[in-house]
Design a binder for this molecule. Sequence first.
Ligand code: AMP
Length: 228
Amino acid sequence: MRKYVIMGVQGSGKGTQSEMLAADLDLVHISVGDIFRWNVTNHTKMGAQVQRVMAAGELVGDDLAESVVQRRLAEHDWNYGFIIDGFPRNARQAEFFLESYDIDGVIHLDMPDSEVRRRVFGRRLCAKCGMDYNLLADSPAVPGQCDSCGGELVAREDDTAGALAVRLREYHGKTNPVLDLFRRKEYVITVDARPAKEVVQQEIRSRLGLPPLRAATRSPGQDGEGTR
Ligand code: AMP
C-alpha cells in the first residue's frame, strides 16, 4: 500500500499528476478542493458554507477540512493506497494528518508564481463533466466547448486575479511551513513542475522509486490544474 501527499501552488499540476499516478498504480485520488467544489455545484449545505470563502481564494476552516478528509479516508476504498491533494494546507492540518495516517512520501511540485499566474488564467473547466483544459497548452476543437461532452467551458470561480493573489499569499504563508515540517521527516521530493506533464510524472516516479509511466492518462473530474 502506498500513501502519498501532493503539494504545490495552484496551477502547478497537482490534479493532473495525481490522476496520472493514481490511474496507473490503482491509488485513490482524493482532492479536497474537488470535494468542496462538488458540494458547491450540487448546492449542499456544506457547499453553501464554503462557496464564498473559496471564491475569495481563502482557506476553509480547519475543522471542516479535517472532517472532510477523515470521512473520505474512512470509506476505506483505497486497498492499494491513496494520493491526497490539497491537504494538509497549514501546520494544524499537517499535525492532524500525521497523527492519524502514516505516509510514504510527499510530492512537492515546484513552480514560480509568474508561471502560476500564466497557467491559472488559461485554465478552463467543463461545467458539465468537469474535464479540465489549459488554453495555453491545448485548446478544445471547438472554442469554449468540451471535446468530451460538448459542455460549456468556464473559468473556475477562484481563478481571478484577486483570488489568485490571496491563494498565493495563503500558500506561501501557511503551506510552506507544512513542507518544512515534512522535510524534517525526510518525506519530501521536490520536482520542477514546469516541463510537460509526462516529464514531470516520470521525474516523480523515478524519485519515488516507482515503475515508469506506461501510458498518458487523463480523466474527467480533475481539479483542473496543470497542462493537458
Ligand atoms: P484547490 O482545488 O486545492 O485549489 O482548493 C480550492 C479551494 O478549496 C481552496 O482555495 C480552499 O478554499 C479550499 N480548500 C481545499 N483544500 C483545503 C484545505 N485543506 N483546507 C482549507 N481549505 C481548503
